[in-house]
Write a protein that binds this ligand. Structure first.
Ligand SMILES: [Zn+2]
Length: 138
């Protein structure tokens, strides 16, 4: 799965979390689920550019101290292994995480699934913060 899509998913799920730590953990868990979906990956320079754009957008919309930003970082972090494997030319079957070792969704030629997920993620960044009816009331 494209790293930027992982980041946007992590940011979206973070909206449901009560803390940055919880957001990062939920984001990391979402990585494993998303890698099981049919998807197409990109080359590292394209991945890096899209990820930088997604993280910049999340930071601009919600701030780097936000749950959304931590959720995005948690969702992207598992791909550090993927990048190390590709840069160091480590065979896929020698990677540690099962979803990077070949237990992932089928490769596709299109980006359809990822475009839908990314669109939802982008839209969620601009939804207003939900307010709990009990918070702030005496
Ligand atoms: Zn991955």
């Amino acid at each position: 799965m494209i790293a930027a899509v992982h980041a946007l998913t992590g940011a979206t799920l973070a909206r449901l979390c009560g803390s940055r730590t919880q957001a990062a953990l939920v984001g990391a868990f979402s990585h494993f689920i998303e890698d099981m979906l049919p998807h197409r990956d990109l080359d590292i320079p394209q991945e890096a550019a899209l990820l930088a754009g997604a993280l910049s957008l999340i930071a601009a919309a919600r701030g780097t101290e936000s749950r959304e930003f931590f959720g995005a970082l948690g969702a992207v972090l598992p791909d550090a292994e993927n990048i190390a494997g590709r840069v160091l030319d480590i065979p896929e079957k020698q990677l540690l995480l099962p979803n990077h070792r070949g237990y992932h969704g089928p490769k596709t030629r299109t980006f359809n699934v990822q475009i839908v997920i990314a669109t939802i993620g982008l839209a969620s960044l601009f939804l207003p913060e939900s307010k709990s009816p009990t918070k702030g009331t005496p």
